[in-house]
Write a protein that binds this ligand. Structure first.
Ligand code: SF4
Length: 472
């Protein structure tokens, strides 16, 4: 059960080509570092140069893989994936990497993002390539496209795929002897490159490279394809990708780990600037600044420094409350936030508190936190949200709740203030957000805040659309 009032992350991908090693453990620890990006399923595929071996199951990375399973995945080449289902149901048959076959032999594919024209492509590819789709995720369409696309090398195949795929895709692909990594032409999801023990590692976030002890080389360019094999590393950028940029701004606000580098900057520092910016836009007197733990801590630290008000921990988070596979009943749903947070009365009582949240989706968490703080004796509670009101859903791999559930799509700021029980509430403006992330014009997707998407989307696209007709 997810008790966070946050957009749900998409997926994490890892790839490794290290000639002197078996890479299954490297891929495992890379996925472990990216567990925050998806907790429903995990999978690893490896090859020693002869055939692709695969294990993918429902569960956390540490639940799916054990010492014995890693030993059963030999090879110097591997990819891994940790998934939260943004398209296609939360079913084992959608766990990745996925396998596809074509004129270049067998490939395994791991995907982070969401392809918005997957339904159309399924119909077209069934006719053109005789494809027979068996699963329900957009990743099956990507895997089939890379397996069947015309082209004399992987760069031609990737350019062909980029011309046909619309949406977000950071990909790790492997054959029995090559590792291929691709970032979509808009660069919506992150992807980075590092070196390790004489080989190469790719990962969704630089924090995974850090955890592996790899040396960060660079972030992928938009529209870049990298091919790694025994002859070395080659890279090409699809020419049409050079002018378009639309990285998901929510990676900066919340999704990515704070210790990851995004667009050349540490996310922790960017988040501090988001906090400082919302205070500059909406100052208020208070005795202490408190962040909703843990994701809002950097924003609160930045706000406190700007406001010259002490930053204090006032709510302690139980670090062992996470995702469980126990379905919530009504009582445990209500219990969720209490189980997760414990307010410290001694710090809170009699104080004017400035509460910082990185983002508000439905408002369930902030409402319960305010109740807790009042009960613990807070004198005043002022809320500053270090991102703009979320008014639209996402179509590029993030589960935002439905439009009806998004509080800012249905209530004014004054109504929300009353609804959550705060003395005051203010959000960061879109302009303030773009200032804080130091964004050149049109270099980020801000669709969920502005309704303006980098490519036209069908509103309220149903993420389960491919489930129709699937029997399991
Ligand atoms: S709509 Fe929002 S969450 Fe989705 S890609 Fe754009 S900024 Fe990110």
């Amino acid at each position: 059960m997810n008790i966070d009032d946050k957009p749900r992350e998409e997926c994490g991908v890892v790839g490794a080509f290290i000639p002197s090693e078996n890479v299954a453990r490297t891929v495992f620890f890379g996925l472990f570092a990216l567990q925050h990006r998806g907790q429903e399923s995990a999978g690893i595929a490896t090859s020693e140069g002869d055939e692709i071996r695969l294990k993918a199951r429902m569960g956390l990375v540490s639940q799916v893989f054990h010492e014995e399973t890693l030993v059963g995945l030999p090879g110097h080449l591997g990819i891994g994936h940790t998934r939260y289902s943004t398209m296609g149901g939360s079913k084992e048959y959608n766990a990745q990497p996925l396998i596809a076959n074509g004129q270049r032999g067998e490939i395994a594919v791991g995907h982070n993002g969401n392809v918005i024209n997957a339904a159309e492509l399924r119909v077209e590819m069934t006719e053109e390539f005789g494809s027979n789709f068996e699963k329900s995720s957009d990743t099956e369409v990507i895997a089939e496209l890379f397996a069947k696309a015309p082209g004399s090398d992987w760069f031609e195949v990737s350019a062909y795929a980029m011309r046909r795929l619309k949406g977000a895709y950071s990909l790790v692909i492997m054959t029995k002897d090559q590792l291929i990594a691709v970032r979509d032409p808009l660069g919506i999801r992150p992807l980075c490159l590092g070196t390790l023990n004489g080989g190469w590692v790719v990962a969704s976030e630089t924090a995974a490279l850090d955890n592996l002890g790899a040396e960060f080389v660079r972030e992928f360019e938009n529209g870049e394809t990298v091919v790694i094999d025994h002859s070395g590393i080659q890279s090409q950028i699809w020419s049409s990708a050079r002018t378009n940029h639309a990285m998901c701004v929510f990676e900066q606000i919340y999704f990515a780990r704070p210790d990851s580098i995004l667009n050349g900057e540490l996310a922790y520092e960017t988040r501090q600037r988001l906090g400082a910016e919302v205070y500059r836009e909406h100052p208020v007197d208070a005795d202490i600044v408190v962040g909703i733990p843990d994701s809002s801590t950097p924003h609160a630290v930045g706000l406190a420094a700007e406001a010259k008000i002490p930053y204090t921990e006032a709510i302690i988070r139980n670090r062992y409350v996470g995702r469980t596979f126990i379905q919530p009943d009504q009582r445990s749903r209500a219990q969720g936030v209490q189980t997760k947070f414990n307010p410290m009365r001694g710090v809170i009582s009699g104080k004017r508190i400035l509460v910082v949240d990185d983002s508000v989706v439905r408002s369930t968490t902030i409402t319960r936190v305010i109740k807790m703080l009042r009960k613990a004796g807070a004198k005043e509670i002022h809320v500053r949200v270090a991102s703009p009101p979320i008014k639209s859903t996402c179509h590029f791999g993030v589960d935002m709740a439905t439009l009806n559930e998004l509080i800012a799509a249905n209530k004014t700021v004054t109504e929300i203030t009353e609804y959550i029980g705060a003395d005051s509430l203010a959000y960061l403006s879109v302009e303030g957000l773009l200032r804080a992330v130091r964004a050149p014009e049109n270099s980020y997707c801000t669709g969920c805040f502005t309704g303006n998407y980098p490519i036209p989307v069908q509103l309220e696209m149903n993420k389960m659309r491919f489930e129709v007709g699937i029997n399991t």
